[in-house]
Ligand binder design. Structure first.
Ligand code: PLP
Ligand code: COI
Length: 344
């Protein structure tokens, strides 16, 4: 069934919130999730002592839906987002939506907003934001027994407004994003609150984003504010940090497979910050960031520029093309990553 699209300039969308028709909400009470319901409200009734507000019982996910040239709507590696959300919930002692419920909720939210799925070829996608919050009241520090699982969607363009163009990073030495035995490996809101002042200061100083170091030794690269980091060595190897305090990016995991297909001999290993000067290419990757070439990295009073700093480098470009053509259904999907969203 074809739907009349919303009257939007889909090709020029920012990465920003926009009201759509519906979101879907499920409640956990008495030890079980309810059947959920669609809502056309952008607001949620919330107890003022909810654990989400006081003790950070909150986690979220991010994934995208694309329209293919045949007019189908597809999502990328949704099972991985379901698993990671369950990991996030478990780590901060929240009720976790089972995989089937996660998928059902995402499909319901997409189906209720099909007119907002950007058309094939627009370069935009429907960004899907599932979240779980502790809604029950607590004043003592302890998990609640009431949760809300909500999914909203918003049509969106690239996270970095320049799209597929080099960004400029600065190594962050004053602020830690996540402790090594903390919650940096799950997608909880507190990690973003912790990194926000570093990102804002970097932007004010003219950089696109920060590159966080590991909090323990302050010597190894962790990740950027909204995305993982990877490099291509002079020998043509895809390398990406191995660290207990970075988010296990589904995009990065996919790029490791694609890099294998390209013969780039991918490897996760600790990457000392000094190594930025030896890399041939560098990139950031994530659902929102897709693959973003890194044009330069500043570390204290030193700076490395990749290529001319303005033109995407060849391997990063090939990774981008391979990934995005699988995601929007233009290329075969040899690894079984893409799911067609069934119409209701
Ligand atoms: N790292 C951080 C801190 C992120 O917020 C994200 C985005 O989700 C990523 C990495 C990339 O993860 P993914 O590729 O699963 O979107
Ligand atoms: C995503 O890529 O989906 C994220 O959640 C990153 C966020 C900082 C926009």
């Amino acid at each position: 069934m074809t739907v009349k699209k919303a009257d939007l300039d889909f090709a020029n969308l920012p990465f920003a919130y926009m009201k759509t028709d519906f979101n879907v909400r499920y409640t956990w009470r008495d030890g079980a999730w309810d059947a959920g319901e669609l809502s056309d409200s952008e607001f949620i009734p919330l107890h003022m002592a909810a654990t989400a507000l006081h003790y950070g019982q909150e986690c979220f996910e991010g994934l995208k839906a694309f329209e293919t040239k045949d007019g189908e709507v597809v999502v990328f590696r949704i099972e991985e987002n379901a698993k990671r959300m369950a990991d996030s919930c478990r780590k901060i002692l929240m009720a976790a939506p089972p995989e089937e419920l996660f998928i059902e909720a995402v499909y319901r939210a997409i189906n209720a907003n099909r007119r907002f799925v950007p058309p094939y070829g627009s370069g935009a996608s429907l960004y899907i934001r599932p979240l779980v919050i502790g809604t029950g009241p607590k004043v003592g520090v302890a998990p609640t027994d009431q949760y809300m699982f909500l999914v909203f969607v918003t049509p969106a363009g690239p996270y970095f407004k320049t799209g597929f163009a080099p960004v400029h990073l600065i190594v962050e030495e004053e602020v830690d994003r996540a402790a090594s035995l903390g919650v940096g490996d799950v997608k909880v809101g507190g990690n973003y609150a912790a990194g926000m002042r570093a990102s804002m200061a970097a932007k004010k100083a003219g950089y696109t984003e920060v590159l966080f170091l590991d909090a323990k030794e302050k010597a190894y690269i962790d990740e950027s504010g909204p995305a993982n980091f990877f490099g291509i060595t002079a020998e043509g190897q895809y390398v990406t940090p191995l660290s207990p305090s970075i988010l296990p990016s589904i995009t990065n995991k996919s790029l490791i497979t694609i890099a294998q297909d390209m013969g780039l001999n991918p490897l996760r290993r600790p990457i000392h910050v000094e190594e930025i000067f030896e890399l041939a290419e560098a990139g950031c990757c994530g659902t929102a960031a897709v693959i973003t070439p890194v044009g330069s990295i500043t570390w204290g009073d030193r700076k490395v520029v990749y290529g001319d700093g303005r033109t995407p480098q060849p391997k990063v470009t090939e990774l981008y093309q391979r990934l995005t053509s699988i995601q929007c259904g233009d290329a075969p999907d040899p690894h079984g990553w893409v799911r067609v969203v069934p119409e209701e």
